[in-house]
Design a protein around this ligand. Sequence first.
Ligand SMILES: [Zn+2]
Ligand SMILES: [Zn+2]
Length: 344
Amino acid sequence: MTSLCQSSFNGALDRCYRISPCLANPARRSSLGLKVALVLLHLIYVGILFLFDNDLIDKIKEDPWYMALYFLLFVATLIQYFVTSGSSPGYVMDAMRALNEKNAVFAKASMSSKRSVSSKDGNLIITVDGSQSGITPVGGNVTSWMKLVLDMYPSGTSVRTLTCSYCNVEQPPRAKHCHDCDKCVLQFDHHCVWLGTCIGQGNHCRFWWYICGETALCIWTGILCVAYLKSNITKAWWKGAIMILLLVILSISLIFLLLLLLFHSYLILTNQTTYELVRRRRIPYLRGIPERVYPFSKGVCRNLYEFCCARSDIYKLERLPTAVELEEKSRPYTCLDFFTCRCC
Ligand SMILES: [Zn+2]
Ligand SMILES: [Zn+2]
């Protein structure tokens, strides 16, 4: 009987995998399970609130804008979760492919007519921060990926030390191989299990907005829970007990989210990544740089501007700062620096 049940269960699973092949992958299954759990968690909170609190229904009639804004935040947070989860963190392989495609288009077009090249496409697919020679715009010099990456490191750096042994691709500064995604990621921050994707150059901004939305939703839901407890604590004790339990879980989540939000805001303002901060002493190009010096920071305002206005279709590569630039960054602050807005 047990073997019959087992075989019919396996048969149903096989049919399920044939209908949606992505479910055959255990990593994708767990990622999908987490997404379903997150949506359910949100629905349970809102469902219990509306099921227990009859005043909320009256509030929709009395003050429709208040509850409409709450639902808008609820939907926007879930959408932001799925958008971030499905976004690319900026893979090194994609940047290299984009550069090769651009070079191929440039080489093909330059053979026929130089004029048509510049008029066809004026966009840069890859920008190299602060570099004078490594940019490969259409109409400029064709540069190979290896040369582009090598130009971002001090002269004499061996290509072998920069090549990822898993992807066999040269890693620009700040890139790291993610073992969960099995790809090298530009400006690798961390691999988020909750989102099922890496957080890197391409989606760090979306990730910050998602945490921001989730924090706001947590605070608002907490306020609604407290309002219910204030007016209904003496009615049904079991309803109060469930609401207190939900409030405790919500408070723990809120503390975690607030800390995460503050931590990522600090990283953004100083142009760092979680990986660089945690593994600073292990990353070869960061070794020897004093703790309070942020090698990739361009000042609070510019860091913020570049973070918020970064286009996901443009791969931005940052070269390593020179010894002179590092010396300038490590110079102690003076009163004059305050007036000249050195940090901005
Ligand atoms: Zn790799
Ligand atoms: Zn990853």
